[in-house]
Ligand binder design. Structure first.
Ligand code: ZN
Length: 132
């Protein structure tokens, strides 16, 4: 799945797209692995509430500020984005039961852009449970 991000640091709710992929796959029971192959992006599960979205981005900027004397900035100016990506992680695994993603009432799947805006790719692997 391709995503065009529009900010340097941004949360993109991809829950509906992942749900559609699961429905199209016809998998009844199994797992879904949502991952990103980029080194300056992440995948997280959390609530899509406007205030919280700002809090998450503010928290990341405070925890790992841009251009704070990192060695990688000598060649690329985006060390903070790599460090944020490490903290958040590059994938999430979500169970699939009865043909639906098993998510809590408030849980959403976010693609996290940390060095945008850019054209990005999200990988969605659908694994069917083997009957035993
Ligand atoms: Zn870099």
């Amino acid at each position: 799945m391709n995503i065009r991000t529009s900010e340097r640091i941004e949360l993109v709710d991809i829950t509906q797209e992942v749900k559609s992929e699961i429905h199209k796959s016809g998998i009844d029971n199994g797992i879904c692995v949502v991952s990103t192959s980029h080194t300056t992006t992440a995948i997280i599960l959390n609530e899509n509430e406007t205030g919280l979205r700002h809090d998450i981005l503010d928290f990341l900027e405070k925890l790992i500020p841009p251009l704070a004397g990192y060695q990688h900035d000598r060649i690329d100016n985006n060390a903070d984005a790599h460090l944020k990506a490490i903290i958040l992680g590059s994938s999430e695994t979500i169970p699939v039961t009865g043909g639906e993603l098993v998510l809590g009432t408030w849980q959403r799947i976010f693609f996290v852009e940390l060095d945008g805006p850019r054209q990005r790719t999200v990988n969605i692997a659908k694994i069917k449970k083997v009957q035993s």
